[in-house]
Design a protein around this ligand. Sequence first.
Ligand code: FAD
Ligand code: HEM
Length: 373
Amino acid sequence: MDTQALKDSWHLVARSGDEVPLYFYSVLFLMNPDVRDMFPVSMARQRDRLVGALGQVVSNVDQVEGVVPFLQQLGRDHRKFAVTAAHYPAVGQALLATLEHFLGERWTPALAHDWTQAYNLVAQVMVEASNEAAKVSPPWWEAEIIGQENRTLDIAVIRARLNYQYPFRPGQSASISYSMRPRIWRFYSFANAPRQDNTIDLHVRMVDGGALSSALVMGARRGDVLRVGAAVGERLTLAPEVQGDLLMIAGGTGLAPLKALVEQIAFEGPSRRVDLVVGARTSRDLYDLEALGKMAAEHPWLNVVPVVSHDPFYRGTRGYAVDVALQGWRGQHVFVCGSEEMVQATNGRLLDAGVPSEQIHFDEFTSDRGRES
Ligand SMILES: Cc1cc2nc3c(=O)[nH]c(=O)nc-3n(C[C@H](O)[C@H](O)[C@H](O)COP(=O)(O)OP(=O)(O)OC[C@H]3O[C@@H](n4cnc5c(N)ncnc54)[C@H](O)[C@@H]3O)c2cc1C
Ligand code: HEM
């Protein structure tokens, strides 16, 4: 297989931007009208979630060994869209037709052969993982909303009860969809450690024009139903080799998975000191201070430091969370979560200050992928 030819041809096709998913979906839906129902009702503002990933993954098939766990997770996770093995040939066919259309005379029989092989290889890993998962877990869980609190104009804390036992670890997230916005799935982090009563907390910030976050913040009510995919992500979970005290830096709703870690340490140990620096633009955005204050009062090993960056009248600590955190860094592992911008800036500062990269654990909320790579 000429893997360089795969990469080069995808690079060429990707240059056509939004035209590519537009063409792909036209072919897919024209030839397979039954799959239209799997996708969101409105695809007018469609962020390209599938096609970009498809080209990227398949054209990098020479590195497939390294991404097998990611592909397996993707395959298992695709069960939430009601994808079965029978759908893979249709998507492969639409991908090939799209490549042929955009490559014109560069689309040779040899290239077609290589793309077919590469797609089949990737599809096989996904299908096998999906079949294995089908033996042990449902494609999604249902969760009834039992509480929705608007803590600020754009942040809500939602509590929901899952219909049956749901395995997850603190620090993980799951893809979630809401009955009022069918077939739209986005990732949200659990803000708690697993509980006996199967409830989960989510911290949701509304983004401008956001399809799901705005519905959850503005419209979610008790009794509404969420669908919850399997828990994903290892970046913020507490691995056994992460010993000793911890320093945590949260930006906005990036607090959610870090709060879950604090709960885990409270329930399970091992005992260690945790400094949790909670960053926000203004004091109004410090949406969970009451709950954090209670936790800190109960656990002398927990130190919560709210920090506000853009509010000259704030009486507490002002500045960027990372700068305040660095003042207290004594060699601990550091956990960072927030927007992509916040995480990148924070990581840069930590590295500059000499924190070893293997001691920095981070995840960000703007990535489309939401899982391990
Ligand atoms: C692993 C992971 C965990 C996450 N956990 C949480 C969480 O606990 N709480 C939470 O509130 N969000 C979390 N997110 C972000 C969340 O998945 C959604 O991206 C976010 O809620 C926006 O979705 P939407 O459907 O409302 O917006 P969309 O309709 O997808 O997007 C609308 C517009 O907003 C832009 N946009 C999308 N997301 C963001 C963002 N986060 N910041 C700024 N602009 C954005 C898009 O580029 C687009 O232009 C997480 C994301 C990942 C990958
Ligand atoms: C090699 C095969 C495939 C790869 C690499 C792939 C990859 C992806 C990725 C990375 C996403 C975005 C992740 C997410 O939103 O959770 C996605 C979304 C999706 N995929 Fe796939 N996929 C493949 C095959 C399929 C097949 C066979 C179907 C069935 C028709 C399918 C249907 C979907 C749907 C419905 C979405 C959501 C799209 C949206 O929200 O706009 N995928 N895919």
